[in-house]
Design a protein around this ligand. Structure first.
Ligand code: ZN
Length: 244
């Protein structure tokens, strides 16, 4: 089984369309989403509806999703993020609102775990280093554990001898997953922070235990134009040009 693994779509429908198109061309029909479908971007409703249409999807709640549906206090967000959460709350209706509201903090599929931040703090921890990986290892048994939240493509595993290791994944990197605990962050579809403005995503081949990291071109300018028309905070649009 091969899965399209992605995270942090953040209401960027142009980026999501490009990623889903990339998956379609690669014959992917099963999907894993590590949360933050809304927030920051101009099209939270369209993104939620697109994910609803995927059918075979395992998805979890992100912190921005949680705030948009009233499951998390908004005071933890900076003013620009908070503006976009208010906007998402206004836009989400019907089945899309129901979908976001029902997302779990944590999900387990056939041989994998999904959380937004980390197993011990699913909505809030930014998992960035080896020490955090070690501290979270006991929190999941179905491995790999897919995560999001930091918007950075990262790979955590134990080296021979049990030393924890963290590696940044570059575009087209392929990692062969060892048998022990592994955590993988596919990076962000809608607001990459790895210095590369292209949308981040991955493909997980469960049978061969391989994870491939990809960056996909999309029309950044089209998203920025929509954000300008909606008078969204300027810095949210500007950062998309740099992937930062
Ligand atoms: Zn996010």
């Amino acid at each position: 089984m091969r899965y399209g693994v992605f995270s942090d779509v953040h209401g960027n429908y142009e980026a999501l369309k490009a990623v889903l198109d990339f998956y379609r061309k690669n014959g992917i029909e099963d999907f894993i989403c590590c949360g933050d479908i809304v927030g920051y971007g101009p099209q939270p409703l369209e993104c939620s509806e697109a994910l609803l249409g995927l059918g075979r999807l395992t998805a979890v709640l992100g912190n921005h999703d949680a705030a948009a549906v009233g499951k998390m206090e908004q005071k933890w967000f900076n003013p620009a993020a908070s503006w976009a959460i208010d906007f998402a709350r206004e836009k989400l209706t019907g089945r899309a609102l129901d979908f976001i509201s029902r997302l779990p903090d944590r999900a387990e599929g056939d041989g994998f775990t999904v959380v937004h931040g980390s197993p011990r703090k699913p909505l809030t921890e930014y998992l960035l280093n080896e020490a955090q990986f070690s501290a979270n290892m006991a929190g999941f048994t179905a491995s790999p554990c897919f995560i999001g939240h930091s918007h950075m493509p990262l790979y955590f595993r134990e080296k021979d001898g049990g030393t924890p290791a963290a590696d940044f994944m570059r575009p087209m990197d392929r990692v062969k997953l060892p048998a022990g605990p592994v955590m993988l962050n596919p990076g962000s579809v809608g607001q990459p922070r790895d210095g590369d403005p292209r949308a981040s995503c991955g493909i997980y081949d469960a049978d061969r235990r391989l994870f491939d990291h990809f960056k996909v071109f999309y029309d950044v300018g089209a998203t920025q134009k929509k954000m300008a028309e909606l008078k969204m905070p300027y810095m949210l649009a500007e950062r998309l040009s740099f992937g930062f």
